[in-house]
Write a protein that binds this ligand. Structure first.
Ligand SMILES: NC(=O)C1=CN([C@@H]2O[C@H](COP(=O)(O)OP(=O)(O)OC[C@H]3O[C@@H](n4cnc5c(N)ncnc54)[C@H](O)[C@@H]3O)[C@@H](O)[C@H]2O)C=CC1
Ligand SMILES: CC(C)CC(=O)C(=O)O
Ligand SMILES: [Mg+2]
Length: 350
């Protein structure tokens, strides 16, 4: 019997609703001879409001001993006066990503049969965004002076190291070589020239080792057009932490909605547990109503199983998601738990 230690962090808002469905499907898809030994961590807004704690060293040390992490979402209602901006996003989510060196934020975007794209002619959409996960403007490299005065100055400096950029670019090229052999760098090199130079240079240098992978480039603003006008042209997209955050919300929208978009925060070196989570946030606007779509969290379980070496179990979940999406046409709205039940049943039915 193989025992896998899984950290489960449902988090806030709809995270509490979609994670139980993801676990339901994990139970249905778990291969024979394997068990997932779950440890649940109730960390997030509620814990912070009750205790002032976000992610203590003890909890982080415990999570570090696990084989993988499943996370729902963290964060409160934007503008909530009880939650300092970023307290959970930076103090919990990004802290996990940074401390566990999740430098590949993997976000596949596929228009599954049965999913409803808002585009009139979406074509076949099947690309992967490899978003850098530990650097960029999200590292807290900045500050404010003369706060609250008309002379206030605030900086949020984007951090880009040759080490950090090269390793994620290498990962993206390796993925492109196994796929349709096309890599698109997305940046804003015409304006953000210093960071742009390091990204362009390392894509060119690493690309020289992959002569069979075609490389192109899009500025991030134009990328918003191309993702809507002709998304099927993309195969692997590599980009920084901020641009990747933005690109993947739009990618989710064109492939049927944020409720379907799965992701992994991966440490390819496997020195720490990787973390799997839906692309979406805690969605306070719909939380507590059982109307959130759990498919993104369920798809994240498939990414986790694949990462842990169980590609067949992952494929079963993906196939069940496709079947469920096909069955949605003509169906009325279902509760979050009903979607989870349906996908789990489809996994069992094989
Ligand atoms: N990974 C994480 O934990 C993330 C956390 N956040 C946090 O979440 C909170 C809300 O952020 P927003 O910008 O509103 O982003 P969001 O992704 O939570 O919601 C954006 C829109 O998508 C809808 N939506 C999201 N997930 C859905 C699902 N599974 N099914 C159906 N509809 C869904 C929401 O109702 C909302 O209208 C904030 O506190 C933010 O900081 C935001 C993004 C990621
Ligand atoms: C709250 C952010 C740090 C997370 C986010 O929006 C994302 O990773 O997509
Ligand atoms: Mg985001």
């Amino acid at each position: 019997m193989t025992s896998i230690k899984l950290a489960v962090i449902p988090g806030d808002g709809i995270g509490q609703e979609v994670v139980p469905e993801a676990l339901k499907v994990l139970a249905a898809a778990t291969p024979e001879g394997v068990t997932f030994e779950q440890t649940h961590y109730e960390i997030g807004a509620e814990r912070y409001l009750a205790t002032g704690e976000v992610l203590t060293d003890e909890v982080l040390a415990d999570i570090r001993t696990k084989d993988a992490i499943l996370l729902g979402a963290v964060g409160g209602k934007p503008g909530d006066p009880n939650l300092p901006p970023g307290i959970l996003e930076r103090g919990l989510l990004l802290k996990l990503r940074f401390e566990l060196d999740h430098y590949v934020n993997l976000r596949p975007s596929k228009l599954f049969p049965g999913a409803a794209s808002p585009l009139a002619n979406p074509g076949e959409i099947d690309f992967v965004v490899v978003r850098e996960g530990t650097e960029g403007p999200y590292t807290g490299n900045g500050g404010s002076i003369r706060v609250g005065t008309p002379q206030e100055v605030a900086t949020e400096v984007s951090l880009n190291t040759a080490f950090g950029v090269e390793r994620v670019v290498r990962d993206a090229f390796a993925r492109a070589q196994k796929r349709r052999k096309k890599l698109t760098l997305v940046h804003k090199t015409n304006v953000i020239v210093n960071a742009g130079k390091i990204w362009s240079r390392l894509v060119a240098e690493v690309g020289a080792e992959y002569p069979d992978v075609a490389v192109d480039y899009q500025h991030v603003d134009a990328m918003m057009i191309h993702l809507v006008a002709n998304p099927s042209q993309f195969d692997v997209i590599v980009t920084d932490n901020l641009f990747g955050d933005i690109v993947t919300d739009l990618a989710a929208a064109v492939t049927g909605g944020i409720g379907l978009a799965a992701s992994g925060n991966v440490n390819p070196d496997r020195t720490t547990p990787s973390m799997f989570e839906p692309v979406h946030g805690s969605a306070p606007d719909i939380a507590g109503q059982q109307i959130a779509d759990p498919t993104a969290a369920i798809g994240s379980v498939a990414l986790m199983l694949d990462h842990l070496g169980y590609p067949e179990a992952a494929a079963k979940i993906d196939a069940a998601i496709v079947k469920d999406l096909e069955s949605r046409q003509g169906q009325g709205p279902r509760k979050t738990a009903e979607v989870g039940d349906a996908i789990a049943a489809l996994v069992v039915a094989g």
